[in-house]
Design a binder for this molecule. Structure first.
Ligand code: DC
Length: 210
């Protein structure tokens, strides 16, 4: 490997960034942090307890991230709302910075990893897909889980979350200037992973595993 490998993966909801981050972490033997889960936990816990989101963010613990309800679309919408509060972002910053500075290296995925959390990461990926392709994926996921929903609603909610995440003043979803852009609209997870891996290997990083 050439130096400590930190991989920053950013992109909108259902772009495939989470799957990509997980696979890259397994391939390179690195710890992985899904930072969306932090915002989901803050949104969920604030709604449940009635406390201010910034206060919840200040004393969030690892066990708060284990709630299966955090994976729902409702939790995603709540996350997107609290994520626009600058003090929430400030209170989650140290945890993320500490995670990314581990000696082993790390993979983090989110919306502002390459721009705010790890601006010096040697590898930055910006994973996108059209809103239609992402809504279709989310719709199929929901159907597979037995959820009762309709496609236009999934598409409208996806577009609303995109708008909120991209237009907010505090650390909006934005590609770092040196990020590698990967549009997965017409790609499956294997093809997207192969493209990301080829980019990382061109930078001189290789898996040290078998
Ligand atoms: O990646 P996700 O869908 O689990 O993220 C949920 C919400 O959290 C997303 O709509 C925006 C917010 N988020 C953020 O603002 N910054 C991050 N680094 C990760 C997520």
């Amino acid at each position: 490997m050439s130096g400590r490998l930190v991989i920053a993966v950013d992109g909108p909801a259902a772009s495939g960034k989470g799957t990509m981050a997980k696979r890259l972490a397994a391939h390179f033997g690195l710890p992985h942090l899904d930072t969306g889960l932090l915002y989901r936990a803050v949104g969920w816990k604030a709604a449940e307890s009635g406390r201010a989101p910034a206060d919840v963010a200040a004393d969030l613990t690892a066990s708060d991230l284990e709630n299966p309800a955090l994976r729902t679309d409702e939790a995603g919408q709540a996350a997107s709302r609290v994520a626009a509060v600058p003090q929430v972002r400030a209170n989650l910053l140290n945890f993320q910075k500490k995670f990314s500075s581990q000696a082993s290296g790390a993979v983090l995925d989110g919306r502002d990893i390459g721009t705010v959390i790890c601006p010096d990461a040697p590898v930055k990926l910006f994973v996108t897909a059209s809103v239609e392709a992402r809504a279709e994926r989310r719709y199929q996921e929901l159907r597979a889980r037995g959820a009762d929903t309709i496609k236009p609603r999934v598409l409208a909610e996806m577009a609303e979350r995109d708008r909120r995440d991209s237009e907010r003043a505090a650390a909006p979803l934005l590609a770092a200037p040196d990020a590698y852009h990967l549009d997965t609209s017409d790609m499956d997870a294997d093809a997207a992973f192969a493209a990301a891996l080829a980019f990382i290997e061109r930078k001189g990083f290789r898996s040290s595993g078998p």
